[in-house]
Design a protein around this ligand. Structure first.
Ligand code: SF4
Length: 207
């Protein structure tokens, strides 16, 4: 890795050493559902909703039995409730019909499921199976762009490819979490904490 990447990763190690997934889950299915629900909302809100949701619908068979209307009602605080609920209902049926109720471990099979895109599959595989990946969400994209590791016009897939080329594979999972924590708690979209930032010399936004 080059000096710039080394400096950035060392700073993350100092600033956000314990960065990790903040979604609560108890198995692969509950993790996948939590990740799907986390689109365009916060992990804290998802945790409140899944606590209620999984109280009586903790596995694929029980969640498959909930009515669409009841599911929408429960997940409504997270936004995009209609779409998320429809996808979850379809997903449960496919898992039961085609996968014997199990969540597949395979990237291509995962991304063929309703509501599961590249980011969701990467987060799932890296979190549950520790398969190296850098899932690109809004924080990762913003940090990568600001630090000139990717371009504003890059798709999330392109950002992922650029980061995975720049960073040693052994650090992908840790760096993914650290970029999210850095974006969530320091380098905010609005009013980032630039005065304290020790990597500002690499930052487009600061300049
Ligand atoms: S200088 Fe500011 S905008 Fe740039 S990386 Fe640091 S906190 Fe983020």
């Amino acid at each position: 890795m080059n000096k710039k990447i080394n400096d950035i990763l060392s700073y993350f190690d100092k600033l956000v050493p314990y960065a990790k997934c903040e979604l609560n889950y108890f198995d692969d299915f509950s993790l996948l559902i939590a990740i799907i629900l986390s689109a365009q909302t916060t992990d804290k809100k998802v945790n409140l909703v899944t606590k209620q949701l999984f109280l009586n619908h903790e596995d694929v068979y029980k969640l498959n039995n909930i009515s669409l209307e009841d599911l929408i009602k429960i997940i409504h605080p997270l936004g995009l409730a209609n779409n998320k609920a429809k996808n979850i209902k379809k997903l449960c049926k496919i898992l039961i019909d085609d996968y014997d109720g199990q969540v597949p471990k395979d990237f291509n099979k995962l991304t063929s499921l309703p509501g599961v895109g590249i980011k969701t599959a990467n987060v799932f595989l890296s979190e549950y199976y520790h398969i190296p990946a850098i899932a690109v969400d809004t924080h990762v994209k913003r940090i990568a762009t600001r630090l000139n590791l990717a371009s504003e016009s890059d798709t999330p897939l392109k950002v992922e490819q650029k980061l995975e080329k720049l960073i040693d594979k052994q650090f992908w999972i840790k760096t993914h979490h650290q970029m999210i924590f850095f974006g969530r708690y320091h380098c905010h979209a609005i009013n980032p904490k630039c005065s304290d930032c020790q990597i500002k010399k690499y930052c487009n936004y600061y300049k």
